[in-house]
Design a protein around this ligand. Structure first.
Ligand SMILES: Cc1cc2nc3c(=O)[nH]c(=O)nc-3n(C[C@H](O)[C@H](O)[C@H](O)COP(=O)(O)OP(=O)(O)OC[C@H]3O[C@@H](n4cnc5c(N)ncnc54)[C@H](O)[C@@H]3O)c2cc1C
Length: 442
């Protein structure tokens, strides 16, 4: 289903209908930039490109089925210059010092600009009670509430209840839908790239009725998320199966750290098949504790994710159980209802009242730190091909992601991809002028 765009809409809609009637016929489309994926990485890339660019976005499922919509805990930001060293060190320590320092520095230093952009797009973050928050700051972060998650040495996470991802992604999506230069196609799956002379010239895709589509583009952005769909227990949407990574492998595009997969320590234990419900780390940041079968604590809950996961797995092994328990008693009912209404509601639907009882939790696949190698401008090893968000590996997360760094990282490096693409167009325009407008450089 095609969702947005005005002028081109009718023309392309005609093509689309024609295509639907004649299944499996190859249709050709031409655009400046094609983006595979409509999570925060894809949406922010589209918003950060010039309005003069013709952009096609595709998504394998519907527009709300991206992991970006699921993010609960929040998004990190550098609160002030004094926090730089500590934020940098927390990110590096969580990543086992395998992070690319340059990328970490870029992410942290760009964080306030990104939050500024988000607020400009209408994103609302939780405000601190009157008189609290960073009142000394005359700027952007004044008056906001900050939460903390595991491995953060201080609170530096902005949030919107426990549905921060939905708040951010739905607002970005609304902005993209307003753009005349962007057309979005749902249930359209990228199956390959068009490679010519070692450069990426667009993508091949399959429409909702099996139609084969060739989308020719000057620039391609992979924004197709993680790999959780390949796992039995994962917090990710099942259609996120690392397709861009598979395609990159086929075309000898450089990949990095494919074995760096993060397991989240606490998802709600269930016997049912399907996606596992995440119990955000900020629940533990606010005081929730992990308990063994005898209701004794067995780990410091605020250690990095991989350490807590290991401790839970060892405890389950020792106890001969398929889960451990999480108690939210220390948080207090008022904070639970205000900060974690979504978690409260979901657990209630599963038969657990978190204000009165412990819930069973188990580790599950959650995030992919590795992926398609990119430089600090999100360029892959193939010309004209960029990768952003979870499918890319710019080295920010090292061997293990610090909580609430991934939305920020996706946004920062999506914006940099867009800026680089615009630079390339500018350069091309200049060269074209030099050659009297007779030939294209790219
Ligand atoms: C339950 C949960 C909670 C989280 N909480 C937080 C948090 O609090 N803070 C934080 O920073 N991070 C959090 N994360 C991680 C964060 O949400 C993701 O890393 C981030 O949103 C990834 O964004 P993305 O744009 O790269 O991918 P996604 O948002 O997953 O989007 C991927 C897009 O690619 C499309 N796609 C996939 N394959 C194809 C294909 N072949 N063709 C076309 N389209 C395709 C999908 O349909 C989708 O539109 C959480 C993740 C989960 C699962």
């Amino acid at each position: 289903m095609k969702c947005s765009g005005n002028n081109q809409r009718n023309r392309w809609k005609k093509c689309w209908n024609w295509q639907s009637e004649r299944k499996r016929v190859i249709m050709d489309m031409h655009t400046d930039v094609v983006i595979a994926g409509t999570g925060v990485g894809g949406l922010f890339s589209a918003l950060s490109l010039s309005r003069d660019r013709k952009i096609i976005m595709i998504t394998k499922s519907d527009l709300e089925s991206s992991d970006s919509f699921l993010a609960q805990g929040g998004i990190c930001v550098l609160r002030n210059d004094d926090d730089y060293d500590s934020y940098f060190e927390d990110t590096m320590r969580a990543g086992h010092y395998e992070n690319r320092k340059e990328s970490v520095d870029i992410m942290i230093r760009s964080s306030q600009d990104i939050i500024h952009d988000l607020i400009g797009y209408g994103v609302e973050f939780q405000k601190a009670p009157e008189g609290e928050g960073d009142q000394d700051k005359a700027d952007l972060l004044k008056g906001y509430a900050f939460t903390r998650e595991g491995a953060h040495s201080r609170p530096r996470i902005l949030f919107h209840e426990d549905i921060t991802g939905k708040e951010i992604t739905s607002k970005l999506l609304a902005q993209v839908k307003k753009l005349d230069n962007v057309d979005i196609y749902e249930y359209t799956t990228m199956t390959d790239i068009i490679e010519k002379d070692g450069r990426c010239r667009g993508i091949l895709a399959e429409g909702p009725k099996g139609e084969k589509i060739r989308i020719h583009a000057d620039h391609t952005i992979f924004a197709s998320g993680g790999i959780g769909g390949r796992y039995r227990h994962s917090t990710n949407f099942p259609h996120l199966t690392g397709d861009a990574i598979e395609i990159s492998k086929k075309h000898n595009i450089r990949l990095e750290h494919l074995d760096y997969v993060q397991i989240h320590p606490t998802t709600l234990y269930s016997e049912k098949p399907g996606r596992r419900f995440l119990i955000s780390e900020s629940v533990r940041g606010e005081g929730a504790v992990l308990l063994d079968k005898n209701m004794n604590r067995f780990v410091n809950e605020l250690l990095p994710r991989d350490v807590v996961t290991k401790a839970i797995n060892e405890q389950m092994e020792k106890d001969g159980t398929s889960h451990v328990w999480l108690s939210m008693k220390n948080i207090g009912n008022e904070t639970i209802m205000k900060h974690f209404p979504n978690i409260y509601q979901h657990c209630l639907e599963e038969g657990y009242d978190v204000t009165k009882e412990c819930i069973p939790v188990v580790p599950a696949q959650h995030y992919f730190m590795g992926g398609i190698w990119v430089d600090s401008d999100s360029r892959t090893s193939m010309e004209n091909l960029f990768a952003v968000g979870e499918t890319s590996c710019n080295g920010v997360h090292g061997a293990n992601r610090l909580a609430s760094n991934s939305l920020l990282e996706s946004l920062v490096f999506a914006k940099r991809a867009a800026r680089k693409i615009e630079e390339e167009y500018a350069l091309e325009g200049k060269n074209r002028e030099t050659f009297g407008g007779r030939e294209r450089t790219a």
